[in-house]
Design a protein around this ligand. Structure first.
Ligand SMILES: Cc1cc2nc3c(=O)[nH]c(=O)nc-3n(C[C@H](O)[C@H](O)[C@H](O)COP(=O)(O)OP(=O)(O)OC[C@H]3O[C@@H](n4cnc5c(N)ncnc54)[C@H](O)[C@@H]3O)c2cc1C
Length: 564
């Protein structure tokens, strides 16, 4: 019998809610077959369910615990994640309560050696990064799931095992009132780094597990009076070879991350006296001496690991269940949200619109490639934070010493933050379109960018979780041709049509202000067409308003790989 902890978790600032177990219809012999079953109500599972709902698809989520997660964990959400949350209909509390930032500073021997400002401009509705603790992120997503009738989230319900058939899976779940079985067409494992689904299937991740251990301490301190930035301190005098990270969160909560000295016992690292001593030393680094109260402390190590495939028949993996990424560069949850977005539109088409299940293989191909690229990149920053050998320790020392006087090596100190992957070779991209004829804009496979149209009005506000057809109208003849082409589109129900530079009958939205800014950003002077996937990556683009080609390409996407 599954008996999760139902005593409220301790926190000096967060009031945990214990969610009850509710007996499901399956335990009364009334269960129906579910289109999608999701294991794990972390950020990835909940965003997936919300986006599936935007595609009209119902899902059921099983969460083993009775409360949202503990500690700040995925403290920083990127702009791309915020755009995904906007599509999921959940963004408001994130922006209202999070702290936005764009600057990272690195210090060595008491001097600032590198300042990173993440590029952004007026065209972006959201700031590059938003900080808050993961408890809040999960609470906001849970509230959104509660409002969504197509999401059925079941607390205190633990995945145990499943059996796969040709047309679906039967899942066994354990609860405080015993086990039950549930049938679903698809099973998504978003049950975190220790994924029970992954272990049940005997799958192993490939990659590197770094030996170094880091501590996170979350504490409340009033009067710190520092801007919202990410600060990194290399080689603090009291512990050479160490690195300290400082992050600010709302509610006067601060987070210090630092490397644990080699060979130190966890019981010593997490002992109140050790934490107090090191917190005092870090306060010295940032020139502060204020009262503080510990909220949460834990030890973690960095990994760059991924499964080789995220689709195994009727089972898909997403988020930490699929890959483990170091925290440097805010990659964990942000990468997982991009998995969720990619999988949601494809599952929506397969389950709801009769697309070939093989389309889901492109989810695996695209996201495994993204994870590999991130592992490669994140591996470099992890080696700088936590040099794994004498050679890397020497290299780090040289880079840091030179960076006091030379500019050329400062970029080595910059770990790039999470960003959308470019699916340049994806099978989803339109073969034979006019991609190569464009001089600017967004090439096939890349993620389109937002454009400010007027005060508090942005291009992405017109988008829904469907394909977007951005129709650039050259002249009046174009308008007439566009309405005729639209009237005969086979996949009209799958697209959101945005008219730019002119209007025509049948368009869902017309850009009336900021037209030149859209043309400029998308590299279209006269007439032209972009077909964006629901996750806003470019599926194809044409230098004429070739709606028939866009339609044919949606056809092709629905049939990718035949019926597997
Ligand atoms: C100590 C720590 C520090 C971190 N720091 C950062 C950071 O600074 N920046 C960053 O970007 N990321 C950080 N992360 C990673 C980040 O928290 C994850 O990337 C993110 O939470 C992934 O979301 P997810 O939904 O894939 O998995 P999770 O958030 O892990 O959610 C998985 C869910 O599945 C549930 N579950 C597990 N097993 C079962 C089962 N058998 N049945 C039903 N439910 C189950 C779990 O209870 C959990 O709610 C950190 C993680 C840890 C552990």
């Amino acid at each position: 019998m599954h008996t999760p902890e139902t005593t409220k978790r301790h926190s000096v600032f967060y009031d945990y809610q214990v969610f009850p177990f509710n007996r499901p219809p399956e335990m009364e012999g009334e269960g129906t077959r579910h289109p999608v079953a999701i294991v794990g109500a972390g950020p990835v599972g909940m965003v997936l369910a919300l986006l599936l709902a935007k595609s009209g698809l119902a899902s059921v989520i099983f969460e083993a615990e009775s409360q949202v997660s503990e500690g700040s964990r995925a403290v920083a959400f990127t702009r791309r994640s915020q755009e995904i949350l906007q599509l999921a209909g959940a963004i408001e509390p994130f922006v209202q309560n999070g702290l936005a930032w764009d600057t990272g500073r690195s210090f060595y021997k008491g001097r600032e050696i590198y300042k990173m400002v993440i590029p952004h401009d007026d065209n972006d509705r959201y700031k590059p990064v938003l900080n808050n603790s993961q408890q809040y992120w999960e609470e906001y997503l849970y509230d959104a799931c509660e409002r969504e009738p197509l999401v059925d989230l079941r607390w205190q319900t633990k995945f145990v095992s499943f059996e796969e058939r040709d047309d679906g899976v039967t899942i066994t779940l354990d609860t405080p009132e015993g086990e039950y079985n549930l049938d679903a067409n698809w099973l998504v494992a978003s049950d975190g780094g220790r994924s029970a689904v992954r272990r049940f299937m005997g799958l192993r991740m490939d990659g590197i597990g770094f030996e170094g251990k880091f501590v996170i301490t979350d504490f409340r301190a009033k009067g710190m009076n520092l801007p919202t930035e990410r600060r990194a301190f290399f080689d603090p005098p009291w512990l050479m070879g160490n690195t300290v990270l400082v992050h600010r969160q709302p509610n006067d909560i601060w987070r210090f991350d630092y490397r644990v000295p080699d060979g130190e016992e966890p019981s010593h690292t997490l002992a109140p006296d050790t934490i107090a001593e090191r917190t005092k030393l870090i306060m010295g680094l940032i020139d502060r001496d204020v009262e503080w109260e510990l909220d949460w402390a834990t030890i973690y190590s960095a990994n760059t690991k991924t499964l080789d495939h995220y689709r195994h028949g009727r089972v898909m993996f997403a988020g930490d269940a699929a890959h483990l990424l170091p925290v440097f560069g805010v990659r964990g949850a942000n990468t997982g949200l991009q998995d969720a977005e990619n999988l949601a539109w494809k599952l929506g088409l397969v389950e709801g619109k009769g697309a070939s299940p093989a389309l889901l293989d492109s989810y695996s191909d695209e996201r495994v490639m993204a994870a590999r690229e991130i592992c490669e990149e994140a591996g470099k920053s992890t080696r700088l934070m936590d040099p794994p050998s004498r050679g890397f320790r020497v290299m780090r020392k040289v880079v840091l010493s030179f960076s006091l006087s030379e500019n050329f090596c400062k970029d080595l100190l910059n770990w790039r933050t999470s960003r959308p992957h470019e699916y340049l070779e994806s099978s989803v991209n339109a073969p034979g379109d006019d991609n190569s004829q464009f001089e600017g804009g967004y090439p096939d496979g890349t993620c389109a960018r937002n454009v400010k149209l007027a005060e508090d009005r942005y291009l992405f506000d017109m988008f829904g979780f469907r394909f977007q057809l951005l129709v650039f109208v050259g002249d009046e003849a174009d308008s007439a041709a566009a309405s005729r082409a639209l009237a005969t589109m086979r996949h009209r129900d799958l697209v959101n049509v945005v008219a730019i530079g002119g209007s025509f009958d049948g368009a869902d939205h017309t850009v009336t202000e900021g037209t030149e800014a859209v043309r400029d950003r998308y590299g279209v002077a006269g007439s032209g067409l972009y077909l964006l996937r629901p996750d806003m990556h470019v599926a194809g683009r044409w230098t004429t308003m070739d709606l028939a080609s866009a339609d044919a390409n949606i056809d092709r996407i629905l049939a990718i790989g035949g019926h597997k």
